[in-house]
Design a binder for this molecule. Structure first.
Ligand code: HEM
Length: 468
């Protein structure tokens, strides 16, 4: 019997177990990997393509063949991860196929077959969307992203050489039916302790909504309980039915993709300036910006790094309601206020507000690009290929960026924008050239620059293998 809305909403206490999936078996087999859990491969190649107008049938055939050979289902991803853990056997090449709205149209699908999410329908280049998010004009984006993008093909593996060889083979055929507009190569950046970090040097990917048993058990073991923050989430914040799918449990998810270039040199210089101004050490200055120390320790819980192998995620701001430990504007407090919205006067009540807040969560699947020597401090050419999945772009990524991160007021008046990803609002303007951001001249400070992006949908596998 097909899954119901209640089945999406009420997962087992410990999440879905891909080894024993029960009624979720069909869903796991037809859903693309990387959605319920990040693919975790060390290297990934992202190809942004436009189907050639005279080659639509060929494009459909290429997609079908590519999907059969490479696209990894959620079930296969979980099985491979288990085999790797138990027997040390590495997984196969991992791949995803994502379509933009224009991609569906170019493949000649009828309007009723195109996923309905509004920002997805409008596209990221749309001026209303850009105004809402505070994004720069399209002519300021990297050239590859200025074109009409139809699909994003993601190919990943732990072994760089194997990956590059596969990409060479794949692109040889792909070029017959599509123009490869742009390519981004990503990799997992790590600190000396082997933890995943981003270019500013902070441990990343710690706090995520969790859906699968293995992740939930791991989080529970690390944090002993979920008394202050429960990371579990229901499938309705992540998945929507794929009406084009060929099974009764065909699901997909909306993907937000953004290239965010990081000015590491400026970040480090400003971190030092902040430390001097406040007469505190550099570590704490960084933690006040991010909300966690570079090692992942939440600054609301400790005023020094604790160097935990896996940083805690079992915390909230109940003991820091005046933000004396973690500023309201800190990146992680803005993007996950953990109950703060229940403390404002207009709030319907703490628990209700928290439940609403939790529906804005996104499944982040970002990967770094550019310089991989962490001793360098690049100003350009390095950053984050930001990817996140959700069921409703308007209510999740767009809301988080435009209603929480960008505004000067959130929870309280005058807290300022999120210093990591906050973008100009209203009359504030983007600098004309990258790297020119300066508080005095532009009234806005930027360490991360949006260089281009698009909204995509991750269709079910049975749709991809049956394109007519
Ligand atoms: C260059 C850009 C970015 C950098 C350097 C960055 C860095 C970080 C770091 C270091 C963390 C803390 C570790 C963790 O919990 O995973 C974090 C958490 C987070 N980030 Fe970002 N991030 C960036 C872009 C974004 C964007 C564009 C969004 C969405 C609008 C976002 C949303 C989040 C969320 C939701 C969390 C988890 C907060 C929590 O649950 O405590 N980030 N980010």
């Amino acid at each position: 019997m097909a899954l119901t809305e209640a089945d999406l909403k009420n997962l087992p206490e410990t999440g879905i177990d891909p080894v024993n999936p029960g009624k979720y078996q069909g869903l796991l087999e037809d859903l693309q990997g990387n959605i319920l859990k990040g693919h975790g491969r060390e290297h990934s190649v992202h190809l942004f393509v436009q189907w050639k107008p005279g080659q639509i049938q060929g494009a459909k055939e290429w997609i079908q063949a590519f999907t059969r050979t490479y696209v990894t289902s959620a079930k296969q991803q979980a099985d491979e991860a288990l085999r790797y853990k138990q027997e040390g056997i590495a997984g196969t090449i991992f791949a995803n196929v994502f379509f933009s709205r224009k991609g569906y149209e170019a493949l000649e699908f009828e309007p009723f077959q195109v996923p309905k999410d509004q920002p997805f329908t409008m596209g990221m280049k749309n001026s209303q969307i850009r105004d809402f998010l505070g994004d720069p004009e399209v002519k300021q984006w990297e050239v590859g992203y200025q074109n009409e993008i139809h699909a994003l093909i993601l190919i990943a593996d732990d072994h760089l050489l194997k990956l590059l060889q596969a990409v060479n083979q794949i692109t040889a055929k792909l070029r017959q039916v599509a123009i490869i507009l742009h390519r981004e190569d990503g990799f997992i950046l790590r600190n000396q302790a082997g933890q995943v970090i981003e270019h500013f040097g902070f441990v990343d990917g710690v706090s995520q909504p969790l859906f699968l048993k293995r992740d939930i058990v791991k989080a529970q073991t690390n944090d002993s309980d979920f008394s202050q923050w429960d990371p579990r989430a229901s499938l309705d914040i992540l998945l929507v039915k794929d009406h084009n799918g060929k099974t009764e449990d065909s699901y997909g998810s909306y993907l937000v993709y953004r290239k965010l270039e990081q000015d590491v040199k400026a970040f480090r210089a400003d971190q030092q300036k902040l430390a001097q101004t406040l007469n505190i050490n550099n570590d704490l200055a960084g933690a006040l910006v991010m909300g966690r120390f570079a090692d992942g320790t939440p600054v609301t819980k400790s005023d020094i790094p604790t160097y935990a192998v896996t940083p805690t995620n079992n915390f909230n701001y109940d003991a820091d309601v005046d933000a004396t430990k973690c500023p309201f504007h800190a990146h992680i407090r803005k993007t996950n206020p953990r109950g703060d919205t229940g403390r404002v006067e207009s709030s319907p009540g703490f628990d209700e507000a928290l439940a609403v807040e939790k529906n804005h969560r996104i499944a982040r699947r970002a990967i770094s690009y550019g310089e991989n020597d962490t001793n360098q401090a690049p100003q350009t050419g390095s950053g984050l290929l930001f990817l996140c999945f959700q069921a409703n772009i308007e209510n999740q990524f767009n809301f988080m960026q435009a209603r929480w991160s960008n505004p000067d007021r959130f929870v309280q008046v005058g807290v300022g924008p999120d210093p990591v990803i906050g973008q100009p609002e209203g009359t504030q303007k983007w600098p004309k050239k990258w790297g020119e951001a300066d508080t005095q001249e532009y009234g806005f400070k930027l360490w991360a620059f949006m260089k281009g992006g698009e909204y995509f949908f991750a269709p079910s596998i049975s749709f991809l293998t049956h394109l007519g």
